[in-house]
Design a binder for this molecule. Structure first.
Ligand SMILES: [Zn+2]
Length: 188
């Protein structure tokens, strides 16, 4: 499975979580088993490592970043949204990969229906909750030398946890990051 099709699976899972956000609790529990559910405070992050690149795909409830999940109405909301998007576009402020891997940021793609950013699923903004997704592609001289990524998502006030899944030369494993533990270690 390519990194891009993984991204679509992720977005689909978020949309599903949004669609069932008001389902009865029992059904809700059954439908949100994964870390990708829309839960305020939690963002998901997938890290794919191959020989010459590292790709990070994050998905977060918009509330984690700006404190609301609707298109901005007021000047204050517009400023908050613009500032968050500007920060996310600066990849080095969001993900700092171990310098020994020699990585250079090649592309950032953001997507959020509520903020009118990128090319999101048009149905997403109508469900009452909203996400922002981002894909960061780094080209690396020696990606296998990357021992960690420092994750900058906790600069956003409502971000409490990042549920990370890593797929690379050492196989697949999961990690949880918190405001007190922002370094994603890329080994078991
Ligand atoms: Zn929400």
């Amino acid at each position: 499975m390519s990194k891009f099709s993984r991204g679509r699976v992720l977005a689909g899972a978020s949309a599903l979580a949004v669609a069932f956000a008001f389902a009865p609790p029992a059904a809700n529990a059954q439908l949100q088993p994964a870390a990708h559910a829309h839960v305020h405070g939690i963002a998901s992050l997938e890290v794919g490592i191959d020989a010459t690149s590292i790709t990070l795909t994050m998905s977060s409830p918009l509330d984690n970043l700006i404190g609301f999940e609707h298109p901005p109405h007021t000047d204050a909301e517009r400023k908050a949204a613009e500032a968050a998007v500007a920060t996310l576009r600066q990849g080095a402020k969001v993900f700092a990969i171990d310098p020994s891997a020699g990585c250079t940021l090649k592309a950032v793609e953001l997507s959020s229906a509520a903020l009118g950013v990128g090319h999101p699923d048009p149905s997403e903004a109508q469900a009452g909750h909203a996400d922002i997704d981002g894909t960061y592609e780094f080209a690396c001289a020696a990606s296998q030398k990357a021992k960690f990524v420092d994750v900058g998502l906790f600069q956003f006030a409502h971000m409490q946890k990042v549920a990370a899944q890593v797929a690379g030369p050492q196989g697949q494993f999961q990690r949880e990051l918190t405001p007190g533990a922002r370094r994603l270690v890329l080994s078991h």
